[in-house]
Write a protein that binds this ligand. Sequence first.
Ligand SMILES: Nc1ccn([C@@H]2O[C@H](COP(=O)(O)OP(=O)(O)OP(=O)(O)O)[C@@H](O)[C@H]2O)c(=O)n1
Ligand SMILES: C[C@](O)(CO)[C@H](O)COP(=O)(O)O
Length: 257
Amino acid sequence: MSAPESAERPGRSPGTAVVIPAAGRGVRLGPGAPKALRTLSGVPMLVHAVRAMAGSRAVSLVVVVAPPDGVAEVRRLLDEHPLPGSTELLVVAGGATRQESVRQGLAALPDDVTTVLVHDAARPLVPVDTVDAVVAAVHEGAPAVVPALPLADTVKQVEPRTGERAGEPEPVVATPDRSLLRAVQTPQGFDRDTLLAAHEKITLQGEGATDDAGMVERLGVEVVVVPGHEEAFKVTRPLDLVLAEAVLARRRATDGF
Ligand SMILES: Nc1ccn([C@@H]2O[C@H](COP(=O)(O)OP(=O)(O)OP(=O)(O)O)[C@@H](O)[C@H]2O)c(=O)n1
Ligand SMILES: C[C@](O)(CO)[C@H](O)COP(=O)(O)O
């Protein structure tokens, strides 16, 4: 018998899967284990991210994309931290770029999947409400959905100094209107066929895209934004680990976990 659907959350459906690219090294975080395997409050970052996705009742399958030489280790780690409920978990080998890793994850999806979320392992603390908002927007008909936040800083476009001129002050060439800009997070949600088309067609043009929605934009398909969340930040640099531990400590104090 299927679980009853709540009024607030989309119901678990066989058609919604998540691909979690987790094959990066985490160079900006500094020396150590691959970023997704580093721990936050004693639990690997990847496990936090998988739990966050499986916490959405809409998600029935999570495909983790592991470093090519780390598939067995990632499988073992995930087996040591079993998920409550019935979410299925696959682990596949990733590639040299995020784009390639996502592509490997997409290749592992069963035929009955119609909605695909792509979520960075490096965003371990995304709240389930954000996941549900993305899923709901796709289920309501948007082919591509990104969670995003307004910018806190003023942004400048510069003329980068590279090569022999690296390190010189960079001239500012423009100050974009901040009210028109958004900082984009994950999970990004897609109609499966749209995302597959983007990965098939845009890949031919090179590996330059830094997010999946950017590839869909290049197809000429509309991408829409839903509100993101401060706690969905990406663990990129060492200070982000401090922030992540603080968020977890606050959750333990207020929610008991
Ligand atoms: N070849 C790659 C590169 C990145 N990723 C994943 O893409 C997500 C976002 O990338 P980022 O935060 O840039 O991670 P890294 O590439 O690991 O970081 P860095 O650029 O500092 O090395 C991460 O979950 C990362 O594991 C991946 O699956 N395969
Ligand atoms: C996908 C992403 O997290 C959206 O903000 C971001 O583009 C990943 O970029 P990174 O340089 O690979 O961390």
